[in-house]
Design a binder for this molecule. Structure first.
Ligand code: SF4
Length: 70
């Protein structure tokens, strides 16, 4: 089974992360076999909102990695 994660279209970390490394994460987690291990997905499935800086493996990125359009 390799369906995309149901949150992929609007997962805020990818909308705002500036590094092209995000495509590696998306390929292995959001569109790949590690999708069921994603901590962001677990939080969303529980009805909560994951922190923007939280990577699928539970690592927190610095705020400076994100575009600031506010
Ligand atoms: S980061 Fe996690 S919750 Fe977001 S789209 Fe990818 S697998 Fe889904």
């Amino acid at each position: 089974m390799s369906d995309d994660c149901k949150y992929l279209e609007y997962c805020p970390i990818w909308e705002n992360l500036e590094s092209n490394l995000k495509y590696m994460w998306i390929k292995s987690y959001c569109q790949g076999i590690k999708q069921s291990e994603c901590v962001r997905k677990a939080i969303a499935d529980a009805g909560d909102k994951a922190p923007l800086e939280l990577l699928p493996d539970g690592t927190l990125l610095p705020k400076s990695a994100f575009s600031s359009d506010d």
